[in-house]
Write a protein that binds this ligand. Structure first.
Ligand code: F6R
Length: 357
């Protein structure tokens, strides 16, 4: 039930810190070690390449999952949109492990890939919010998101839960492989949960930004580099699906290869600047769009912020910034949809789980 909340989406955005704390609790044993099925650990260790298969928001979480697994556990990862993979399978490695990411566990496009890869005899792990779901039952292993029911069509808490579980999985695999890490995932996720709470307490700020930038616009661009680009893709999906504003996410460096032609006087451009190694270059991209008349908004991270940034997120571990930088995207999208009188929880033409191919 939504209780005092006007919409499930807002409730689910607010639940994110609790979901992260629940994940910390569920994935930790009494000796503070990571608690994970030994078979999952063995499958992660045995594979030579991971193929992440997902759709929509879960695909965006997969893009970040690749970062965690490659950076921490040193295993190459490919991320594929399920509906593309099933009709155009790439060359596979010798010992692949398939990881299906799906909030509902019922997405038909992903299931179709699972059927194909099972026929080939490859092991599969499903990361889902619904343990009894089709993808969970049909895969060899399951990791549970513990996010509680997600009712709003636009996925929010499942996305951050997916990233948290993938980060824990990556650390566990690294440890199993004997890789030394100076990264305590549970402690860092605890900081993430507190930071999420601080952001969710500043809703008026995001409501104001939505009003200032998105009240009447027909389109909006999200730009970022590296992981900020992936969060921008998710921001653009959130905004378009609930507010019907045409929204696109782009890699900052790609703008000049075509997209910048679309920038007009007043076009809103939301830029994420939370990564030190690209801070200078993304700010350069913002200057380029501003010079063409864009109405730009920079969301940055403490320590990398500059005067004039629209919002500065408190610092969290660099690997985990997407878990917090997506909250402004979710809240700005929510308020934009609200101000434009859209049906936030049940956007037109969409279903919560897509059970047809
Ligand atoms: C976007 C959204 C969809 C789903 C996609 C996959 O807010 O909810 O893009 O992420 O349909 O669904 P699952 O994760 O259930 O496989």
């Amino acid at each position: 039930e939504k209780g005092t909340y006007p919409h499930f989406m807002l409730k689910e955005i607010d639940e994110q810190p609790f979901v992260i704390r629940k994940i910390i609790q569920e994935y930790q044993d009494e000796n503070d070690n990571i608690k994970l099925d030994a078979d999952v650990r063995a499958a992660m260790k045995a594979c030579d390449r991971i193929y992440i298969i997902a759709a929509g928001t879960s695909y965006h979480a997969g893009l970040l999952g690749k970062q965690f697994i490659e950076k921490l556990a040193n295993i190459p990862v490919e991320v594929h949109v399920a509906s593309e993979f099933s009709y155009n399978m790439p060359l596979l490695s010798e010992n692949p492990l398939f990881v299906f990411i799906s909030q509902s566990g019922e997405t038909a496009d992903s299931r179709s890939v699972l059927v194909q890869t099972k026929e080939l005899g490859h092991p599969a792990l499903t990361v889902t919010n619904v343990p009894g779901s089709t993808l969970s039952r049909e895969a060899d292993y399951t990791l549970h998101l513990h996010a509680g029911p997600e009712i709003a069509v636009a996925s929010t808490k499942a996305y951050t839960a997916q990233m948290a579980v993938l980060a824990i999985l990556a650390v566990d695999t690294a440890r199993a492989k004997g890789i030394e890490l100076d990264f305590d995932p549970m402690q860092e996720l605890g900081i993430v949960a507190n930071t999420m709470e601080a952001l969710a307490d500043q809703k008026e700020k995001f409501e104001d930004l939505a009003r200032e930038y998105l009240q009447t616009t027909r389109n909006c661009f999200f730009i970022g580099r590296g992981t900020d680009y992936y969060v921008g893709l998710e921001g653009s999906l959130k905004l378009k699906e609930i507010s019907y504003i045409q929204a696109e996410g782009f890699a900052g460096g790609e703008l000049k290869h075509g997209t910048i032609a679309l920038i007009e006087e007043g076009t809103p451009v939301i830029a994420l600047a939370t990564q030190e190694n690209v801070n200078y270059s993304i700010r350069g991209n913002v200057q380029e769009v501003e010079a063409r008349g864009a109405n730009s908004m920079i969301i940055s991270m403490k320590g990398l912020d500059k005067e004039g940034d629209a919002f500065v997120i408190p610092q969290v571990h660099e690997l985990l910034t997407p878990l917090v930088s997506v909250l402004p995207m979710q809240l700005i999208s929510y308020y934009a949809a609200l101000h434009r009188d859209c049906d936030v929880d049940k956007p037109r033409n969409l279903a919560k789980s897509v059970t047809v191919e």
